[in-house]
Structure formats: structure tokens, C-alpha cells
Design a protein around this ligand. Structure first.
Ligand SMILES: O=P(O)(O)O[C@H]1O[C@H](CO)[C@@H](O)[C@H]1O
Ligand SMILES: Nc1nc2[nH]cnc2c(=O)[nH]1
Length: 288
């Protein structure tokens, strides 16, 4: 990929400079931030009175290298609340530095966001899950983080948060309850709640790895979200995590089925409307 800068570090001052640029460019002062997962960029379409800024027009802002991430920032209004929506995230497997993967959460924090809604596409490990189901993330397993690859690894800048942040209730319990109410209001009956596991990717899992994850209590697996959530928890944002189950994890050897990114994007296309109505009603219920 040409002209992609992978390794530069984003200091507090760098994030502050991006924040200043955006606050000068937009009159919005968002209280809620949304990150769109793979194939879910259309989630931003529910915002009204949009101001769209391409990532490439923001000085010192990373780009997206993964198909299904539109690489635009959208400011707008949803149910009377000012919102910023990121159409595209930065995955660790793309080769980005940890501070670049943490950038969306830290930028939202400096912009004054209080609640971050993070979405992703994930493989369903729980045998009750089907493609198209939406899973409220109750908790996560940070596989790389458990082995020293945390997004917070390195010198700690106290202006973002403490050296040793708690991750208890990082997926805010009150927001999880509100999502369930919103699901009922929207007639989404197949809402799930479970544990998301973050793996480094970009290869999909082997059968043995999936069986291991299932035994460890994982319901859905993906290659994102957790670094953003850890960075958000570090700076005190409330988080709501939603996984769209885009494919069923293949746990058997005697099948020719294989996971693939096209299937992930296709499920995003067919299920985005459900996530749109869910998030829209959630914002109606949220008080900020
Ligand atoms: O987590 P998001 O960005 O939604 O994307 C998921 O889908 C891609 C694989 O198809 C991986 O990037 C995985 O993490
Ligand atoms: N690791 C992983 N990430 C995904 N993203 C969407 N589906 C999958 C999957 O099956 N595995």
C-alpha cells in the first residue's frame, strides 16, 4: 500500500492537534462516538445534518487499508444528540503502531465524547449464534493483551488515564440494558449477549484454535474492538460494544466451508439496517 505511514507514534499533543483541527472545521460538539465495523460504514447514514470529512483531509490522520472501511469521519445529529461517527478503524494487523489503533478512542475523549459505541463483524463461536445475529458485548478476552501486546503498552501519559486502569464493567451495564430495551422496541428478537475475543489476525482461526476459544467461554471472535475499548476505558469513556455475527466459525475438519472477508462484508450489507435501527433507538434512550 503506497504512502501509508505505519509506525509513527501519536502523542497527547498529536491527538490534541487533530482534535483542534476538527473543532475548527465543525460546529458539532459530539457527546456520543460511533465506530463502524467491517461492512458497517452505512451505519453513519442514520445521522442527520451531516458534515463529512475524509480521513485523507485531516492532517496527520491515518488511512484505512481494509476493504469495507470507508475512511470518513461523519458529524451529525441522531435523536437530538450530537454524534461523531468513524467510518473505518485501524487494525493492529494492518501494521499500525499501538497509539494509532488507540487514536479513535483518544480523539473522541479529547473531543468531549462521553459514550463510545463500537461495532464490529465477528465470527460466531457459540453454536446458538447465526449470521445476522447481533451480540451485545458483555466482556472480552484480550488475547494479545494477556501476552504483553496491550494497546496501553509503553510509557503512560496520565493525561489520557492511569497506568493501571480497571476493565471491570468496561462494557457499561446500564448501556447493555438499554440496548436490550432498544432491541425490543425495534422488534429485533435475536439479540445475544456474550464474550468477544480479540485475536491479532489477519488469518482466520484454525479449527483447533476455535475449539480452544469455545472451551475458554468465547462466544464471538474478531480482530478489532478490544484495543479501542481498552483505550476508551483508560480515558474513562463509557463503552457499548455490538458485534454483528457475520459468519459461523467452522469447528469441523470434514467440511469445505471456509470463512472469508466477502461473506463478512455481505452480512454487513444485509444486516446493517438492523444495527441502524438498534443504534438509533439506543440514542433515543441514552441521556447525555
Ligand atoms: O472487526 P472489524 O473491523 O469489524 O472486521 C472484522 O472483519 C475482518 C475480517 O473479515 C477483520 O478486520 C475483523 O476484525
Ligand atoms: N478472527 C475472526 N474475525 C472475524 N471477523 C469476522 N468474522 C471473523 C472470524 O470468523 N474470525
Amino acid at each position: 500500500m503506497k504512502n501509508v505511514k505505519y509506525n509513527e507514534n501519536y502523542s497527547y499533543e498529536d491527538v490534541e492537534a487533530i482534535c483542534k483541527f476538527l473543532l475548527e472545521k465543525s460546529h458539532y460538539r459530539p457527546k456520543i462516538g460511533i465506530i463502524c465495523g467491517s461492512g458497517l460504514s452505512n451505519l453513519a447514514d442514520i445521522l442527520q445534518e451531516q458534515e463529512v470529512i475524509a480521513y485523507s483531509d485531516i492532517p496527520n490522520f491515518p488511512t484505512c487499508t481494509v476493504q469495507g472501511h470507508r475512511a470518513c469521519l461523519v458529524f451529525g445529529i441522531l435523536n437530538d444528540k450530537p454524534v461523531i461517527c468513524m467510518q473505518g478503524r485501524f487494525h493492529k494487523y494492518e501494521g499500525y503502531s499501538t497509539s494509532k489503533v488507540a487514536l479513535p478512542a483518544r480523539l473522541m475523549y479529547l473531543l468531549g465524547v462521553e459514550i463510545m459505541i463500537v461495532t464490529n463483524a465477528a465470527g460466531g463461536i457459540n453454536s446458538d449464534y447465526d449470521p445476522g445475529n447481533i451480540m451485545i458485548i458483555k466482556d472480552h478476552i484480550n488475547f494479545p493483551g494477556m501476552a504483553g501486546g496491550s494497546v496501553l503498552r509503553g510509557p503512560n501519559d496520565e493525561r489520557f488515564g492511569p497506568r493501571f486502569p480497571t476493565m471491570n464493567n468496561v462494557y457499561n451495564d446500564k448501556l447493555r440494558e438499554l440496548v436490550k430495551v432498544a432491541a425490543k422496541n425495534c422488534g429485533i428478537s435475536n439479540i445475544r449477549e456474550g464474550v468477544y475475543c480479540f485475536l491479532g489476525g489477519p488469518s482466520f482461526e484454525t479449527v483447533a484454535e476455535l475449539r480452544f476459544l469455545k472451551a475458554a467461554g468465547v462466544d464471538a471472535v474478531g480482530m478489532s474492538t478490544v484495543p479501542e475499548v481498552v483505550a476508551a476505558g483508560h480515558c474513562g469513556l463509557k463503552v457499548c460494544g455490538l458485534s454483528l455475527i457475520s459468519n459461523k466459525a467452522i469447528m469441523d475438519y470434514d467440511t469445505d466451508d471456509k470463512p472469508n472477508h466477502e461473506e463478512v462484508l455481505d452480512t454487513g450489507k444485509t444486516s446493517c439496517a438492523n444495527i441502524q435501527s438498534l443504534v438509533s433507538d439506543l440514542l433515543r434512550l441514552i441521556e447525555v
